[in-house]
Design a protein around this ligand. Structure first.
Ligand SMILES: [Cu+2]
Length: 148
């Protein structure tokens, strides 16, 4: 079987689970990962998002069966060089453009894991957009000292 055939097969098998919600046709997610922190510390979720449509797509929330709380956050550097973060309620992905959720910038703040996680695990997180569409994304759990 060629690589392309395998990919098509995976897509075909994956489809039935998505039929209950309109899947975003225009946003593509890649490089999705979670920085796992010790104990019960909140973990950061990162992903590169690309929008191939002629209009902006707005990310408004995300949810997961694995975490009781998933929030959109933005980290920023204060005047004293202190890093802080704030909740945001929308994040626009420009038309024919992209936005990266990455350390020290936009991220998903993941809190209260419902079961213990370890590096190498995968976590399903669904991104919710303002137009009512959703995008399920599989995030790879990576260790706290991961350098990006
Ligand atoms: Cu945060």
């Amino acid at each position: 079987m060629t690589g392309r055939a395998v990919l098509l097969l995976i897509v075909a098998i994956g489809l039935p689970g998505c039929l209950h919600a309109a899947q975003s046709a225009h946003v593509e997610a890649s490089h999705a990962w979670i920085r796992l922190l010790p104990a019960d510390l909140p973990a950061g979720g990162y992903v590169n998002l690309k929008n191939d449509s002629p209009s902006a797509v707005v990310l408004v929330s995300a949810h997961s069966d694995t975490y009781a709380s998933v929030m959109l956050h933005q980290s920023s550097m204060g005047p004293g060089g202190q890093s802080s973060m704030a909740m945001i309620d929308r994040l626009a992905i420009p038309p024919q453009g992209g936005i990266d959720l990455a350390p020290a910038g936009y991220h998903l703040m993941l809190q209260r894991a419902r079961h213990p996680l370890k590096p190498g695990d995968t976590v399903d997180i669904t991104l919710d957009f303002a137009d009512g569409s959703h995008l399920p994304v599989q995030f790879l759990v990576r260790p706290a000292n991961t350098v990006e």
